[in-house]
Design a protein. Structure first.
Length: 332
């Protein structure tokens, strides 16, 4: 990096970047200009840090870039929106190999283009730790974005995408192995069903979230925001046969990966009872009234503390141990 210089690296990253019709002005000026036909934009940001969210000895630069892009793109999809643009900040030590940073750029470009979004700008600076910040913008396909707060008692909880695969891959990599490739690659580059978010919005989804920190934890966010309880079905969440094989080899419980593993970025949504689920969506649970008898319409403005009552159960039973990943939480 120190040999190449900041601007030559930026030029290498954005060279030949394809832009969607929503990009009025792309990289090269002080700011990008985007067209927003609907008049509404959803925006989200994720920060990935070397040694926390990825490791350069576990993945190539392109895989790291794709992983970084997909984390933010999944948040846009979970709002029922189509991605339109990515803004990226990369902070890197001066001795970072130029090939690593340009590889990250290629990965970002690849996933942005696949999602129909443009890589429209960003920043590059020096830092003691390689850090990637991705801001994703999107446009809702419906009049309103799908929030976490819309679930109602009687709604069906459904999932689209894989659960537990990235967690299994992390477990494998953490033990010094590089196979089975199916789970290792699921951790390196997740496969979130980005197109399913807008489809769910049009189909009437009442609430939605992507599973980045763990199914129980993220479904808990819907329950908290909506003032409801959610009961999941253990049968509907039976681990895939490949996960059972890997868990047996490692002496682990595959169901724990499914319930508490993050980074697959599957989408979970609630739909009105009796509604036809879109293709690819599978029912996994039910929305119930809050234990204290509150309905969502009478729920307090403040988000309830999970410690005050169990919001998410599996077959009516509360889960023991951590519900998912928390950067500042106590181990559990």
């Amino acid at each position: 990096m120190s040999d190449a210089g900041e601007f030559s690296v930026i030029d290498a990253i954005v060279a030949g970047a394809a832009q969607p019709a929503t990009t009025v002005l792309g990289p090269g000026d002080d700011a990008a200009v985007l067209a927003v036909p609907s008049g509404r934009t959803v925006a989200t940001v994720d920060v990935l840090v070397d040694g926390v969210h990825f490791r350069t000895d576990w993945a190539t630069g392109e895989q790291i870039g794709r992983r970084a892009a997909l984390a933010s793109l999944a948040d846009v999809a979970a709002m029922g929106a189509r991605p339109t643009a990515l803004l990226v900040g990369v902070c890197a030590p001066a001795d970072t190999p130029i090939e690593l940073v340009t590889g990250i750029g290629r990965g970002l470009q690849a996933e942005a283009q696949a999602a129909g979004a443009g890589l429209v700008g960003g920043d590059l600076t020096s830092s003691p730790v390689l850090t990637i910040s991705v801001t994703a913008l999107g446009e809702p396909v419906d009049a309103e974005p799908v929030l976490r707060s819309g679930a109602r008692p009687g709604d069906v909880v459904a999932v689209c995408g894989r659960l537990g695969w990235a967690a299994a891959g992390l477990d494998v990599l953490s033990r010094g192995f590089r196979s089975p490739a199916a789970v290792v690659n699921a951790y390196r580059v997740p496969e979130p069903p980005l197109a399913a978010g807008p489809v769910a919005a049009v189909a009437g989804a009442t609430a939605m979230i992507d599973v980045s920190d763990g199914l129980l934890a993220d479904v808990g966010h819907i329950a908290d925001a909506s003032g409801v309880r959610i009961d999941l079905s253990a049968t509907a969440l039976t681990p895939a046969p490949r996960l059972l094989e890997v868990a047996s080899a490692l002496g682990r419980n595959a169901s724990t990966w499914v319930l508490t593993g993050g980074d697959d970025h599957a989408l979970v949504a609630t739909f009105p009872a009796g509604a036809a689920l879109p293709d690819g969506w599978q029912p996994i649970g039910t929305v119930l009234e809050d234990a204290d008898g509150q309905t969502p319409d009478s729920a307090p403005d403040t988000v309830p503390d999970l410690a005050s009552g169990v919001r998410v159960t599996v077959d009516g039973q509360s889960h023991t141990g951590a519900a998912g990943w928390d950067h500042f939480g106590r181990p559990g």
